[in-house]
Ligand binder design. Structure first.
Ligand SMILES: [Zn+2]
Ligand SMILES: [Zn+2]
Length: 242
């Protein structure tokens, strides 16, 4: 956390000397902004029709609420995973800078995208008791220096006054999921998470937070653990859907 504060102080000092610039193209932007209007305009919002469970958008004119075939054919332990944006282009680039290039100040921009998901009607009236970040394995967290989901959860907690607690831990170091298909992902994730010692989730409505939603397997596995621990409902707000 000290490293984080130092980098923020440095950022503040730098912004006094240099005007703010777009994180993508380098054009000047207003202080406190991360993207120019041109790059901002390239961000792709998810619009209906989309799956009520996993937010996967579909082409066409389906007017009633529906669940996609992928969600219908597997057991999903969360009620809904909501993303307001596609994780492509500008969004993907910003999330990469944030996660892998240690551009930690970009968490404010990424948190705005998570916040947009909270305005969705599937989440708006849920009265969550607790915000829980999707955990990283300790080895991966050491390597990265932080858990991006925890940083986002802390910002969301400050904005919504819902407490954020790291109630889950990741106990299996799973290989990267990208090369795996859906069933292999589920297999790979089985028993990857558990409740932290002394975590009591009985009777809670939980909001899970993560940066990117791909198949929803990670979220479902977290939700399974939380439900087994007695949580009433599990929803998820994510910055972007891959
Ligand atoms: Zn730009
Ligand atoms: Zn779905």
């Amino acid at each position: 956390m000290i490293a984080l504060h130092n980098s923020e102080l440095l950022q503040a000092a730098v912004s006094l000397l240099y005007p703010a610039t777009c994180s993508i193209c380098g054009k000047h932007v207003r202080a406190g902004e991360y993207l120019c209007s041109g790059c901002e305009a390239k961000i792709v919002r998810i619009v209906a029709p989309f799956c009520q469970t996993c937010s996967e958008p579909f082409k066409g004119s389906i007017s009633s609420a529906f669940t996609c075939a992928n969600c219908a054919h597997r057991t999903i332990y969360f009620e809904a995973a909501v993303a307001a944006y596609r994780g492509r282009g500008v969004v993907r680039e910003i999330i990469h800078q944030f996660k892998y290039a240690r551009q930690i100040h970009l968490r404010h921009l990424v948190a705005r995208w998570v916040r947009a998901a909270l305005d969705d009607e599937r989440l708006r009236d849920c009265h969550f008791n607790i915000i829980v970040p999707v955990p990283l394995h300790p080895a991966r967290q050491r390597e990265r220096g932080f858990n991006q989901a925890s940083l986002l959860a802390e910002l969301l907690s400050a904005q919504t006054s819902i407490p954020s607690k790291p109630l889950l831990e990741r106990i299996r170091y799973t290989t990267t999921q990208t090369a795996l298909d859906r069933s292999e992902r589920m297999e790979n994730l089985h028993n990857a998470f558990r409740l932290r010692k002394n975590a009591d989730v009985r009777g809670l409505r939980v909001l899970l937070i993560d940066d990117v939603l791909t198949t929803g397997s990670t979220l479902s596995e977290c939700a399974r653990v939380l439900k087994r621990g007695g949580a009433i409902s599990i929803h998820a707000a994510i910055a972007a859907r891959a």
